[in-house]
Design a binder for this molecule. Sequence first.
Ligand SMILES: [Zn+2]
Length: 269
Amino acid sequence: MLRFTLHALIVLILTLLTQIGGIAYLLALAVSRIWRIRFPTKLALFLLCYAGATFAASLAAPMFGRVPLSCLSGAADHLVVRSPIYCALNRNYVTPEVRDLAMALAAHMDQEFPGTVTVALDANFPFMNGFPLLPHLSHADGRKLDFAYYYKDAEGHFLNGVTRSPIGYFAFEEPAPGDELPCAGRNDWLTTRWDFDALQPLFPAYGLEEQRMSAMIAWLTTEGVTRFHLEKIFIEPHLKNALGITDTHVRFQGCRAARHDDHIHIQVE
Ligand SMILES: [Zn+2]
C-alpha cells in the first residue's frame, strides 16, 4: 500500500510539473516490472522514457494546435527561452499565433535596439486546454506567454539577455513609497501572490531598462493587437505608472494571481 501511494504521489508530482512525466514514469515502471531491474537502471529507464515522451510531444503537439519555442538558440536568434529547464519540463508550448507574435516582437526589438535579445519564460504545456502550468493558473490553453524584463546595470548599461533571477522569475521590482498598491492590507491564504522576501537580497540590483521596456509595450499594444490579436498584458500597477503606460490592454491581474513586477504576461484572443 505504501509503495502504491509513493508511486501515485510521484506520478502526480511529475504530471503537475511536466504534464507528460507521470506517463513516462508509469511506462518505465511497467517495463521494470517485466525485467526486474535495480534502481540505477530503473532511473536510467525513466529518464529514457521521459526524453522519448518529451521528443514525441514536440512532434505531436502541433496536431493539437501548440508549437514549442526552441531552447536551442543560436547567436543570430533574437528570441531565447530563459533556460533549457523550461523545455526539459515541457513548459515552452504556445499556439502558432503566440509564437509568431513572440518572434515578431523580438525582431522589432532587435530592429529598434540592434543586438537586443528578448527572453521568453513560462509558456504552456503541450496538450489539453484547461490543464494549467502551475503556478500560472491561466497558462492552460497555449494563448499565454511570459517575457522577462530588460535590465541595465548600476551605470545604466543594457544587460543583453540577462535576468536578475536565474529562472527569470521572483526578482521583484519593489514599489516606491507612495506607489499604487492594489493588494495592500490583504491577507489571502489562497493566493499565488508570493513575495519571497528571503530571496530578494540574493538577486543582483539591476534596474529596469525603461527604453526597451516602453518600446516592447508600445509594440505589443499596437502591432501586437492589430497583427496578432493580443488581448491583454499583465504588469503591476506601480510599474505601469512608472513607465507611463495608459493603454487599456495593460491590466492588473488581481490579488490572487502572482506578482507581475518580475515579468510581463501576455495573452492573445
Ligand atoms: Zn503569465
